[in-house]
Write a protein that binds this ligand. Structure first.
Ligand SMILES: Cc1cc2nc3c(=O)[nH]c(=O)nc-3n(C[C@H](O)[C@H](O)[C@H](O)COP(=O)(O)OP(=O)(O)OC[C@H]3O[C@@H](n4cnc5c(N)ncnc54)[C@H](O)[C@@H]3O)c2cc1C
Length: 418
């Protein structure tokens, strides 16, 4: 027996960031701007992860998330028709232009990035990660680095290294997945379906009523239309909940196929009613179904439900989270959209730098959805602003480690500088 193709050496970097979603982009830009030689590896064909590949770009809890988040919002305002919601920590932007802004920021900062490259393995040596292994059209490859950052959302790198992790709630149940679509042929700004700046309860109820009139019951009972750009009239549409594991390719494939059928059926059902819907059509479905929950890699600190409910502050804070706890229905029970048993409201709490540092590997950091926390805490910090800020802090910390010749656990005291 012989392995047909050997791994070739891709290069040596100070920092390798795996996953080009919002947290990965933030990590890579932050690290490169501080002088670190940085590689960002992404399996898709654009940067932005669920914000762009997932067609989201309707961001929550973005205020007070550091200078890089502010810079991104300013650039999205100028270059991607971005809009800040009045009196709210929310933000929208045009999805396609967001891809460009992220590419420009990486190019300007000197980040090397690779598309269509899947992180498929790792080489470790005791408590250190030595290399990541990748698969692509160019063949199997390995990249060495001093510090690695897992920004895959699902914690793929930590898993491939053999780091400990958690998934789901106490019974292992995870939040459902959802496929987002973009629709066209309808103007909702200024109508009863407008959910631009309001909580949108009435708009959502009205949409649900219309869907019911078509004889359909959406799998997500709180469906909504989200205006992403008024200028380009780009509108996001979320109507589905898909159950199964976001870490099972079979579940992800089946969920995507079901969701795409459901979206089309609902759009057809609405269009058949005429009126405001008469020209409604789907212009795109995401090429990445939204996985709300993947692995949470265990870190030097694990943020808990208690921390969230009492508004815990930390000396090594890197971010304050103000978003609610948001647990979507854990099973497809009739009429249910959310799990109220976990509570929703809590005071602002902080994310400590330690929750971004693996407990098993001294040069492995996490950013975005896969940082260390329990089920309930994750249901709050998983949204856009905190995900981006954890990336910014992880990249900054990794670069500081390169500069000082130390490893992330030794850098915990520098959190105030990040
Ligand atoms: C259905 C749904 C609705 C949401 N709604 C909102 C909302 O309204 N507002 C909000 O602010 N947040 C929302 N979120 C949360 C939002 O997804 C997160 O804020 C954010 O996308 C997390 O960023 P991330 O970088 O951790 O992960 P992701 O955005 O998931 O990015 C991970 C990136 O890593 C890449 N990747 C993964 N594995 C590999 C691998 N092995 N090799 C190479 N690349 C890899 C992926 O292709 C992707 O680009 C929602 C999430 C979901 C799923």
């Amino acid at each position: 027996m012989k392995i047909a193709k050997e791994y070739s050496f891709g290069g040596r970097y100070d920092i390798v960031v795996c996953g080009g979603g919002p947290s990965g982009v933030a990590a890579a830009v932050s690290a490169a701007r501080k002088g670190a030689k940085t590689l960002l590896i992404e399996q898709g064909g654009c940067l932005g992860g669920f914000w762009t590949r997932g067609l989201l770009t309707w961001l929550i809890d973005t205020f007070g998330k550091g200078a890089l988040m502010d810079e991104v919002m300013e650039r999205l305002e100028k270059e991607a028709d971005g809009k800040r919601f009045p009196n709210k920590s929310r933000f929208t932007a045009d999805t396609e232009k967001t891809k460009l802004v992220f590419e420009r920021m990486c190019l300007e900062s000197g980040v090397d990035f690779l598309y269509h490259t899947f992180v498929s393995g790792a080489v470790t040596d005791k408590r250190l990660v030595r290399s990541v292994l990748t698969e692509s059209k160019s063949g199997p490859c390995y990249y060495d680095a001093t510090v690695f950052i897992d920004a895959t959302g699902d914690g793929d790198l930590g898993f491939l290294c053999g780091a400990s992790y958690e998934i789901g709630n106490e019974e292992g149940a995870t939040q459902p997945m959802s496929l987002i679509a973009h629709v066209d042929g309808v103007t909702i700004c200024g109508t009863a379906y407008d959910s631009r700046y309001a909580p949108g309860k009435e708009a959502k109820a009205k949409l649900l009523e219309d869907i019911a009139r078509a004889g359909l019951v959406p799998s997500y009972r709180y469906p909504h239309l989200a205006v992403l750009s008024e200028k380009y009239n780009s509108i996001g549409f979320m109507v589905d909940h898909e159950y199964g594991s976001g870490l099972s390719v079979k579940d992800v494939t089946e969920g995507t196929v079901r969701a795409r059928e459901e979206i089309q059926k609902i759009v057809d059902g609405l269009r058949d009613q005429g009126g405001v819907w008469k020209d409604l059509r789907v212009t795109a479905t995401a090429d990445m179904i939204g996985v709300r929950e993947g692995r949470r890699i265990k870190g030097l600190y694990r943020i808990t439900a208690d921390d969230v409910s009492r508004g815990q502050m930390f000396d090594d804070r890197i971010c304050t989270v103000t978003f609610n706890t948001d647990v979507h229905a854990l099973s497809p029970e009739k009429g249910k959209a959310f799990e109220s048993r976990y509570g929703t409201k809590h005071p602002p709490y902080q994310i400590p730098l330690r929750s971004l540092i693996s407990t098993d590997f001294d040069n492995l950091m996490m950013a975005g959805r896969c940082i260390s926390g329990d089920f309930v805490a994750h249901a709050s910090y998983r949204v856009g602003g905190p995900a981006f800020r954890t990336g910014d802090a992880a990249g900054g910390c990794a670069a500081l480690c390169i500069e000082k010749g130390i490893l992330p656990p030794e850098a915990v005291g520098t959190a105030g500088m990040l």
